[in-house]
Design a protein around this ligand. Structure first.
Ligand SMILES: [Zn+2]
Length: 234
């Protein structure tokens, strides 16, 4: 990353790779705005009624509660709907000159093709870095079924010796919960979605000249973080 220029980091990996945890760490360590797609999506349908929809540029309508249904099953929400919401928010952040870290976007080739040219325009291709967090499916299932999330502030609490008995969020004392999304059968759906729908993005990144760096996500949280910092500094 060039010093003095605003930049965007994108973390991509299967569920349980540690995207949220690492993004939180990175946002704290360097001056980054953590953009979590799931959080923005969930906000869009909180308190939504059955008749509520978002109409995107070409007039297509997406009903918020239909999107929520997909999300709860572990299926990726409609790409045009996601792209629309994500682009709107990123434009706001870029206009405020914020460095950003994205976790959870892009998740499909469709979203990538909408989002990447837009990001390149705002940040410049040399100021965008994709980090691929790699873990095995077995590890992904193990981690997801054990992790917890703060019901108040969404802080992710991975399963470690230190955290296994925690009941309250270390940040805000909110109640820690296991998400429906982290049940084994839902994780299996999410892993399939990752391989089939997210993975093709890496070929696309190559085509458009975006730098991708692989990170071994099976190490301890601290070691993964060290590798990420190294990748960013270079
Ligand atoms: Zn919390």
């Amino acid at each position: 990353m060039k010093k003095g220029q605003k930049f965007a980091v994108i973390i991509i990996g299967p569920p349980g790779a540690g995207k949220g945890t690492q993004a939180e760490l990175l946002a704290e360590k360097i001056n980054l705005y953590y953009f979590e797609t799931a959080r923005v999506l969930e906000k869009s349908w909180t308190n939504a009624k059955k008749s509520d929809y978002i109409e995107i540029d070409d007039g297509e309508k997406f009903y918020l509660l239909d999107e929520k249904k997909l999300f709860d099953k572990g299926i990726i929400c409609s790409p045009p709907f996601v792209s629309f919401i994500v682009k709107k928010k990123i434009k706001e952040l870029a206009e405020q000159n914020k460095n950003i870290i994205l976790a959870g976007s892009p998740r499909t080739l469709h979203e990538g093709k909408q989002l990447m040219p837009f990001l390149i325009d705002l940040y410049g291709v040399e100021n965008i870095l994709v980090l691929e967090l790699k873990i095995s499916n077995k590890q992904a299932i193990w981690r997801n079924t054990r992790r917890k999330l703060c019901s108040k502030c969404r802080y992710p609490v991975p399963f470690t010796k230190e955290t296994q008995k925690l009941k309250e969020c270390p940040k805000c004392s909110g109640k820690l919960v296991t998400r429906t999304l982290d049940k084994e059968e839902v994780i299996k759906v999410r892993l399939k979605q990752y391989t089939g729908r997210t993975y093709p993005l890496f070929k696309y990144f190559k085509e458009i000249g975006v730098i991708v760096k692989e990170i071994n996500g099976e190490q301890s949280i601290e070691d993964v973080f060290k590798d990420i910092l190294k990748a960013i500094e270079r």
